[in-house]
Design a binder for this molecule. Structure first.
Ligand SMILES: Nc1nc2c(ncn2[C@@H]2O[C@H](COP(=O)(O)OP(=O)(O)OP(=O)(O)O)[C@@H](O)[C@H]2O)c(=O)[nH]1
Ligand SMILES: [Mg+2]
Length: 232
């Protein structure tokens, strides 16, 4: 499990408990929770260390100093992870840990390159009270990325992939959208979307601001340039 965090202390206890329960429901013997924290001022990393002594599944916390960014934090996690399969998810409990076994099961099929916890396939749901501007924002963001990948929820932050299938030196993300970066840079097409119910963040504040949205546009322009050059 790779979980990027910035100021998520309030969410950690429930997150670690629910993820541990979910992992124990799978045959993943080598499972660990790897938290990649960007030196959060709220003490996320300190609490993660404390939880590691009592959690039923090993918890490891990497602290990056002087560096920020969700996508690069996930890349760091992919680099340091020890398991054969990595599951990436947000820390704020928007992604239901109870869906982790379904993501792992989807990867049991060797023809599947990636499994994505998806809001936008049959059975997927968005269970939150986003204001209209945020809904439109999300819709518009997806429309802009649609020509780049067949995956319906390409903005998701909840996915499972075999570590050996990701070539880290191909990746050069800007900002948030690590799934989109991996999908486009590798040209993955055999992706299984597993329906999930996406909830509002359990506690704490969003880090998604206007600067992040501008970074997304910059990221998209890099990906379009890459695809138009012929994925080289
Ligand atoms: N390491 C690291 N993690 C980050 C950074 N920005 C966000 N995250 C984490 O990435 C995940 C997604 O961020 P969120 O703030 O929940 O973004 P969002 O889901 O689009 O928006 P809300 O749920 O409404 O807050 C959370 O676990 C964050 O703590 C960052 O700069 N560095
Ligand atoms: Mg969130």
């Amino acid at each position: 499990m790779i979980i990027p965090t910035y100021n998520e202390r309030e969410n950690l206890p429930a997150l670690v408990r629910r993820v541990s329960d979910a992992l124990r429901a799978t045959p993943a013997a080598e499972a660990e929770i790897l938290i990649v924290d960007d030196d959060s001022p709220d003490g996320t990393a300190t609490l993660a260390e404390q939880l590691s002594s009592t959690a039923p599944v090993p918890v490891r916390c990497i602290v990056r100093r002087g560096e920020r960014g969700l996508a690069t934090a996930v890349i760091r996690g992919l680099r340091e992870a020890r398991g054969r399969v990595c599951v990436v998810m947000d820390a704020d409990l928007s992604h239901p840990p109870e869906s982790i076994p379904a993501l792992l099961a989807a990867l049991d099929d060797s023809g599947v390159q990636m499994a994505v916890g998806s809001r936008f396939v049959r059975g997927g749901r968005v269970d939150l009270h986003w204001p209209l501007h945020r809904r439109l924002n999300s819709l518009f963001g997806r429309m802009l990325a649609r020509p780049l990948t067949p995956v319906k929820d390409m903005m998701a932050g909840f996915f499972a992939v075999r570590r050996a299938d990701v070539q880290l030196d191909r990746l050069a993300p800007v900002g948030y959208k690590i799934l989109l970066e991996i999908l486009v840079r590798h040209g993955f097409r055999r992706v299984m979307e597993v329906p999930i119910t996406f909830a509002d963040r359990a506690a704490g504040r969003t880090k998604l601001d206007v600067a992040e949205q501008l970074r997304y546009l910059r990221h998209l322009s890099k990906l379009y340039a890459f695809v138009l050059r012929g994925r080289r």
